[in-house]
Design a protein around this ligand. Structure first.
Ligand code: IPD
Ligand code: CA
Ligand code: CA
Length: 252
């Protein structure tokens, strides 16, 4: 099952890499910083069609579509391009994120960065992998490590809180980083390159695949209140190795 999803996602990655005239294919969505390109739509259409052939019983939830979050059916939750702003400017850090869910459980997750050809993947109970090699979170404390963050760019009402927390995290840690792709950030923690990733108001398609990958890599994925993340709506989220998580929550 996982290999079929990986093959399809890698094919979709070719659409991202072969894109040209990226900025001229942009449409604004809600808010000041939110955009969609014809390539977001093309990747989503491709994934819905091709995964639908392999899993005809599945429903589809995608960032660029009409979504039924209440469904209990087997369903894919997909972000066709996570990091659209990066993509528009050829910043070369965007991912395709695909999760296969049954009710509130992610059964399989794939996050693919076509620019680096990195495939992060996991199946529930079977560990997490980067290009076929097993991965795990780091053993570093946050105070001896790096923190990734997202700016919650589509929700300006969150900015003050995000930057106040960021200031505390910066003082507490070695340094901070921002990639511009939440799915990639979660996987960066899952493979031990960074210790914590946090962001307010992420959507199910940003985090569903990454949540399984991170947990299968031994990490902790919770919301700011310490509760499990479900995939029925937005969440303020923390993804971390267990030791760094304990330190991070003292800063919230
Ligand atoms: C966004 C990216 C970004 C994060 C935003 C997300 P999009 O996804 O993951 O890093 O800060 O909150 O919405 O819109 O590029 O798919
Ligand atoms: Ca996204
Ligand atoms: Ca997206």
């Amino acid at each position: 099952m996982l290999n079929k999803i990986i093959e399809t996602v890698k094919e979709a990655g070719k659409i991202v890499l072969s894109a040209n005239n990226r900025e001229s294919s942009v449409t604004a969505k809600e808010g000041k910083k939110n955009f969609v390109t014809k390539y977001d739509l093309a990747v989503q259409d491709f994934l819905f069609r091709e995964l639908g052939k392999i899993f005809p019983e599945a429903e589809f939830v995608g960032e660029e579509g009409e979504n039924n979050f209440e469904s209990k059916a087997l369903r894919f939750i997909i972000d066709p391009i996570d990091g659209t702003t990066n993509f528009m400017q050829d910043f070369r850090c965007s991912c395709i994120s695909v999760a296969l869910c049954k009710e509130n459980n992610v059964m399989a997750g794939v996050v693919y960065n076509p620019y680096t050809d990195e495939v992060f993947s996991a199946e529930k109970g079977k560990g997490a992998y980067l290009n076929g090699e097993k991965i795990s979170v780091s053993d570093r404390l946050l105070s001896d490590g790096l923190a990734l963050f997202g700016t919650s760019p589509y929700h300006p009402e969150n900015t003050d809180e995000t930057f106040a927390l960021l200031r505390k995290v910066f003082d507490f840690s070695r340094d901070i980083r921002r990639s511009g792709s939440a799915a990639y950030d979660i996987c960066t923690v899952a493979c031990g390159r960074c210790e914590v990733f946090f962001e307010k108001e992420l959507q199910p398609w940003d985090i569903a695949a990454g949540t399984l990958i991170l947990k299968e890599a031994g990490g902790t994925a919770l919301n700011y209140k310490g509760k499990e993340i479900d995939f029925s709506g937005p969440h303020d989220v923390v993804f971390a190795n267990p030791k760094a998580y304990e330190e991070f929550v003292t800063l919230l």
